[in-house]
Design a protein around this ligand. Sequence first.
Ligand SMILES: [Zn+2]
Length: 325
Amino acid sequence: MLRLSRRAFASALPLGLIGGSLAGTGLIGAAPALAAAPVAPVSVTPLAQIRIGRFTVTALTDGYADMPYDYFPGRAPADVEKAAVAESTARPSGVRFLFNQYLVEDGERRILIDAGPAGSIGQTGALPQALAAAGLQRDQIDAVIVTHMHQDHMGGLITGGQNNFPNAEVYVDRRDVAHWTDPAKRAGAPDYLQTSFQMAGDLVRLYPKLQAIDGEREIVRGVSIVDLTGHTPGHIGVRIEDAGRSLIMVSDMIFPVVHPGATDVFFLFEQDRAAAKAMRDRFFPSAAAEGALIAATHMPFPGLGRIVADRGQMRWQVADWALQD
Ligand SMILES: [Zn+2]
């Protein structure tokens, strides 16, 4: 039985209906007394939970940032903006990327997938608050799987120059550890990747027991690593599977606006575009054929959906919480 919880339903309500901040805007609260009330900033931590067999998976978010329209090689910036306008997600400063993380619990272990940029990009740094909203502190996390060593996926582990998850085993693919801790690779990399190289060094230093993963393997029963090399050399996904249900967290396999409709459009941070294209050429059709439920870091919160083939054209279909049983 797979279903979103009531908490997910609450998170789907317009923020103003929870926080009351729309009072005075004319959208709600026609009463004069409400109209005179000061407008408070919205401060709601969204959570969404689904069940995958015996697992509870909670979508959390560290925040968001807008990626300029010229960060998508393979398409003219004007075309990316046009596509964003067509789906009503255009922002003046670019395509809005969420930074979603996923907490996987089986009643014994708490496994976090990724740790967010932690304030190093955009409006981020909310993961500790999101965990607190779920009743958890960072020292209660047993394991963190880092899908790849870009700053927006590992920053939360090392922000402040500290080990922020002192009781967690940390898992990263060995190919990414090798790449992002290689001084020669760092010397040849563009400025916008330097923060990721620096953070990778911090991560290895602050987590001396870091486990480098070699290939596909199970972390605990029902939680396994999927090889999705392409976006980075050791880019991985995580499959959660039990009782005939499954969810694949695919990290940066799919970006909003430009995917999955095309595979020849990239994100600036992808250094090996041929590998990134091969990854998506392989994964999009197989995910569509499988009807796989997907969790994706940068898709609109909670980042849950499916890739569907619509008369040969791939498109993203949001997984509706009411249609999960
Ligand atoms: Zn990312």
